[in-house]
Write a protein that binds this ligand. Structure first.
Ligand SMILES: *Cc1c(COP(=O)(O)O)cnc(C)c1O
Length: 386
């Protein structure tokens, strides 16, 4: 049996008529740059996220970048974030000339540990970028408490977490900014690159709108230097058509996650109680399942943790099961950040997560048969190790 990590074709086939009609409408209009679908998409995503304003941008990466630019963050400034995230989070900080300052993660959620933030604050610290990894929000109460105390801006990297909630509040609506990605593998994906910034602040929204179009206001008059960070009409039309289905897809992902939990429990494999796999008495190495620590985990990824991750991944590939490692190298150990001077061992939780985590197929269309097959394959491989 073949079980891919993600099956975008299955999703497209289910809603093909709607997507094709939305795309055709943009083609008929020949209005590709910004335009009515972008405005509609901005309003819809802002409303979905519980924010007053949405500003469509060219990607999740550019969403982060334009927020940092809007705050005037640059050389001499420091921004605190997690090393256990997609590259863009820290890449954007470095691209504006500021210094990424990392704090380790809480291994239960894989999100940055807010208790470690304060020790990293210096007179140069300007902002915090918490990442809501795998579709579950970081502990935003604690993040906001320390940010408010030190007057820091909070930019939520909600690229993997559209619609996730922390104590009833949606991802992107708690910090000064929330950044979304419409990369095709995200829960709400476009037909290419796209992203959005949400904010509750009219002045910040205005700045973002200006910066995404070269900083001009009015056209051809530039008080500030921006870039071309626009969301285009075709992508906005696809996102709008898909947004109607997002809650149903989220429910399906949550259902798939609980089904995996149940199926894993039924295998009799030792499920680790702690955040890390341990050698069990029965002999076989234990398995760590995802923890739900906030109210609405949207399961962009269902990530398990095992001691012999790479061997398991290779065996699953042989059996036709697609998996992925998010992420194999924590950002403080990336070659391009060697100038920051971090050494291996600096962030032990991020480093051990990077060697032990594995994302399984969790897409909404995943069938019961496929899920059973994935679990059966994992059980076979792990018990053979015993
Ligand atoms: C996907 C992602 C981004 C970047 O989004 P793009 O649209 O691919 O530029 C940033 N941060 C995180 C955590 C992501 O998962």
């Amino acid at each position: 049996m073949k079980v891919p990590l993600l099956d975008l074709k299955a999703q497209y086939m289910a809603i093909k008529a709607e997507i094709d009609a939305s795309v055709a409408e943009v083609m008929e209009s020949q209005q590709f740059i910004l335009g009515p679908p972008v405005q509609k998409c901005e309003q819809a995503i802002a409303q979905y996220s519980g924010c007053a304003y949405g500003v469509g941008v060219s990607s999740g990466t550019d969403a982060l970048l334009v927020c940092l630019m809007a705050e005037g963050i640059g050389p001499g400034d420091e921004v605190i974030t997690t090393p256990y995230t997609f590259f863009a989070t820290a890449g954007s900080i470095a691209r504006v000339g500021a210094k990424p300052v990392f704090v380790d993660i809480d291994p239960a959620s894989y999100n940055l540990d807010p208790a470690q933030i304060e020790a990293k604050i210096t007179p140069h610290t300007r902002a915090i970028i918490p990442v809501h990894l795998y579709g579950q929000m970081a502990d935003m109460d604690a993040v906001m408490r320390v940010a408010e105390k030190h007057q820091l801006v909070v930019i939520e990297d909600a690229a993997q977490a559209i619609g996730a909630e922390h104590k009833g509040r949606r991802a992107g609506s708690i910090g000064q900014y929330g950044c979304f990605s419409f990369f095709p593998s995200k829960n709400l994906g476009a037909a290419g690159d796209g992203g959005m910034v949400v904010t509750g602040d009219a002045r910040r929204a205005e700045k973002l709108i200006r910066l995404r179009a070269h900083g001009s206001q009015p056209k051809y008059y530039h008080q500030v230097i921006g870039g071309n960070f626009r969301l285009d009409s075709l992508q906005a039309a696809v996102v709008l058509a898909k947004l109607r289905h997002l809650d149903a897809w989220t429910s399906a992902r949550q259902h798939n996650a609980s089904r995996y939990n149940r199926l894993f429990a039924e295998t009799g494999l030792p499920i680790a109680e702690g955040a890390q796999p341990s050698a069990s008495k029965a002999g076989s190495p234990s398995l760590v399942l995802p923890r739900i620590v906030t109210d609405r985990h949207i399961f962009n990824q269902y990530v398990i943790r095992v001691a012999h991750r790479d061997a398991l991944r290779a065996a699953l590939r042989e059996k036709g099961v697609g998996t992925e490692i998010y992420y194999p190298v924590p950002l403080h150990l990336q070659e391009c950040f060697s100038y920051l001077g971090y050494r291996a061992g600096a962030f032990p939780e991020s480093e051990s997560a990077a060697t032990e985590t594995l994302a399984l197929p969790i897409y909404p269309e995943l069938s019961e048969t496929q899920a059973k097959y994935v679990v059966q394959c994992i059980a076979e491989v792990l018990s053979a190790r015993a």
